[in-house]
Design a protein around this ligand. Sequence first.
Ligand SMILES: [Zn+2]
Length: 262
Amino acid sequence: MKITFLGTGGGRFVVLNQLRATGGFIIESKNLNMHVDPGPGAIVRAKQFKKNLAKLNSIFVSHHHPDHYTDLEVVIEAMTLGAKKKRGILISNENVIKGFDDEPPVVSPFHLKVLEKIYILKPDEEISFLNVKLKTTKCVHGEENCMGFVLEDEKKIGYTADGEYYEGQENYFKDCDCLIINCLRPRNSEPYGHMTSDKAKILIERAKPKLVILQHLGMKMLFGVAEREAKWIEQETGIKTVAAKDGQVFEIGEENKSLKNY
Ligand SMILES: [Zn+2]
């Protein structure tokens, strides 16, 4: 399985200044071509990093925050060949697809209509699609229906999505081949609904994945800090931990190697 990062930035200032790209990531396997969290610039980064969005067969949006959904409609259009062909699957929560309180949905009825299937999920639900199993995971985050996932295909891939560490989070992510963590802040920062690297270390120690990728990096993680934090986690846990770079491609297999950097 292959994971391509169309962005590794997170948090307001990184997103607004595009200090890192924010296009989400794409998971590819024999069965799957899934775009996860197509945030601001996803369409542009897909072109930059040479990913053909017409090949997508599914999209996952973790929650109703702009850095995770703003390019959703154009990515749906790319997946459906300009909204001309009914195809593809959208997996997200109720807030994203239907809206909540005074917040409108983030995707229009027109775009929902061109999809082949829509899953509106809560944390702790399990679905099978395209010969893949996906279980949604709970997040402790400002958007209360925010959810990550564990995907079982050729390999087992976990994605925490946004949110701070909570007791028991590791139970979702036991023995993943690769765990992707949205790690906004370095050690000893206030969590405020986001993962910090010291808490990520606890999650990793307990879940024991084979490879950890830190991404969705906030301002305090830039300029070499994320790489330092990844190295510290790896030394402390003995588990290979990498801070992803924009455009980076990971082959999830025996060696968990990074294929290329742009
Ligand atoms: Zn968020």
